[in-house]
Design a protein around this ligand. Structure first.
Ligand code: HEM
Length: 505
């Protein structure tokens, strides 16, 4: 009898809660799947599926430009919302979804510039290094990118070109992206290209961390039960391998300098630049701070650029017309190799291919969530979003906007970035400026915009100008489809390709 009463009461409370959520929730003006209005579980399931980019696009096709993704969250598809949500001044703060990205070392939680929710802490922490990341400063490390490029082409020649072996291009582009990041960060490679393997499981561990982060970030309190559980930590230790690696390199490098001094004529890498700050501002900068900064390169520099690099190689192989226009342009440019930024920055078709890749296959393809500030926010259509609501945009959605990119926005075609027949210069400039503005959101926006975007461009443009000048790179079977898993970063695999030397005209 008592049990019956308890069950009936529980049922009544649950039913009342469901009715309240569906009819009277502060977000009931926003449509969305029924389950999403009641719980965050569907968000986590979508993120775990590995295809949340598709899920988000389909949601918006079905429910419109402001969709309920959870009891307290809304996703937007209208590109005009980018500048609202991701502002530079009075920026909306990051939501709790980023917290699982903290590293737990012993009992201490370490946040970083990327994941902190505290904008004031963020501004203070990034200020000393922001200036190192403009294109003009990033060019300081161009010789280090060249070193890794030479290593890569040498290996590709040895392993795949000379005897026609099939190249798992996904793996080698990932090796390049990670090794080049290490070289310009610490002045040494991780050794992936050299040893032809994932040394110390750095890439595997990072991938596991992101496969964990993607679903857990959608219900962040679960992280307290799993990774941040003080008793038995469950699941991968996201980012810990990278942190320990960075601590090791920083200590070792300082020891080497103490014993032998800096090698004469060596190119200054990011560790050098940050160690200089330790000299000029010892109060603020210690080894912990330096590792915290370097971690950003490790965490954000490898997987993002490799996702974009894999996409470039794949979509070029899938689009012979784009491929030919690019190689014709590179041949005509008669580039010195490895390609130098000064020679390639003005090549229009290379630019078109890179822009199209960044648009079509954003390296991070989940909603970048922010919290609506205390004032709340009223949409142009009059609907009010209360303070504390989590809102955001997935660039995989806005980058397919048909009004901005054309009716064929769901197709990869670099030609869209070129002037079409009969298009006036003014019309072309305006169209491209609009497309560029929206596609740039692939790198986030406002005060938390990607710090490494100039570097990512430098690496990618140089890599593809060099590779496609030297080689023909084709899928073994042009109809073959890759596989991918979108876990915040996009992981693509199964890209068997042949590489042969080109006759440069
Ligand atoms: C194609 C390559 C890349 C893409 C698509 C990309 C994308 C992004 C995005 C979308 C964000 C903002 C995320 C958010 O708002 O939650 C971001 C932040 C960041 N990225 Fe990148 N990124 C790339 C390469 C790099 C590289 C090479 C580095 C550094 C070596 C880097 C360093 C950072 C840092 C430090 C932040 C945090 C900035 C802040 O909060 O102030 N990224 N990136």
């Amino acid at each position: 009898m008592a049990l019956g009463l308890v069950l009936a009461a529980s049922f009544a409370v649950a039913a009342a809660w469901v009715i309240w959520q569906l009819c009277f929730s502060r977000l009931s003006a926003f449509p969305g799947p029924l389950a999403a209005r009641l719980t965050d579980i569907p968000r986590a399931i979508a993120a775990a599926s590995g295809h949340v980019d598709d899920v988000d696009r389909r949601r918006h096709q079905k429910y419109g430009n402001a969709v309920r993704t959870g009891p307290n969250s809304i996703s937007f598809s209208d590109p005009s919302m980018i500048k609202v949500i991701y502002a530079t001044k009075n920026a909306w703060r990051k939501s709790g979804m980023y917290r699982p990205n903290d590293v737990l070392m012993g009992k201490q939680r370490m946040s970083n510039i990327f994941n902190t929710q505290d904008n004031a802490w963020h501004d203070k922490a990034i200020r000393p290094i922001r200036g190192f990341w403009s294109m003009s400063k990033v060019l300081d490390v161009e010789p280090l990118v060249d070193e890794t490029l030479k290593l890569l082409t040498h290996k590709l020649d040895q392993r795949f070109v000379s005897d026609g072996n099939v190249c798992p291009m996904d793996v080698w582009l990932s090796f390049f992206a990670w090794d080049v990041t290490a070289n310009l960060t610490f002045g040494r490679h991780y050794g992936f290209i050299e040893q032809e393997k994932d040394v110390d499981n750095l890439i595997t561990d990072s991938t596991k961390g992101l496969y964990y982060f993607a679903p857990v970030s959608q219900i962040p309190w679960i992280d307290y039960l799993l990774d941040k559980n003080p008793f038995v930590r469950i699941g991968p230790k996201p980012t810990l391998t990278g942190v320990l690696y960075a601590f090791g390199v920083v200590a070792q490098y300082q020891q080497e300098i103490k014993e032998k001094g800096k090698p004469a004529g060596s190119t200054e890498h990011y560790l050098d630049k940050y160690l200089e700050l330790k000299k000029t501002d010892p109060e603020m900068v210690d080894d912990n701070q330096i590792v915290n900064w370097l971690m950003l390169n490790i965490l954000a520099g490898g997987d993002t650029t490799s996702a974009s690099m894999r996409a470039t190689a794949y979509y070029l192989a899938k689009n012979p017309g784009n491929y030919k226009r690019l190689t014709d342009e590179l041949d005509a440019a008669r580039l010195a190799l490895p390609a130098q930024w000064k020679d390639i920055r003005g090549l229009p078709y290379l630019e078109a291919v890179m822009q199209e890749t960044i648009r079509y296959n954003p390296g991070i393809a989940m909603i970048f969530e922010r919290v609506v500030p205390e004032t709340g926010f009223t949409l142009p259509d009059g609907r009010y979003i209360p303070a504390g609501t989590n809102v955001g945009i997935n660039p995989a959605v806005t980058n397919r906007d048909k009004e901005v990119f054309g009716q064929d926005a769901d197709v990869f075609d670099a030609d869209r970035w070129m002037r079409s027949d009969g298009e006036s210069t003014e019309a072309f400039d305006a169209r491209v400026a609009r497309m560029r503005d929206v596609a740039e959101f692939t790198f986030g926006g406002g005060n938390r915009v990607c710090m490494g975007k100039a570097l990512a461009r430098l690496e990618m443009y140089k890599l593809f100008a060099t590779l496609y000048s030297l080689y023909d790179i084709k899928l073994v079977d042009p109809s073959h489809e890759w596989k991918y898993h979108d876990a915040w970063f996009v992981y693509q695999w199964d890209m068997p390709m042949t590489i042969s030397r080109r006759q440069r005209l």
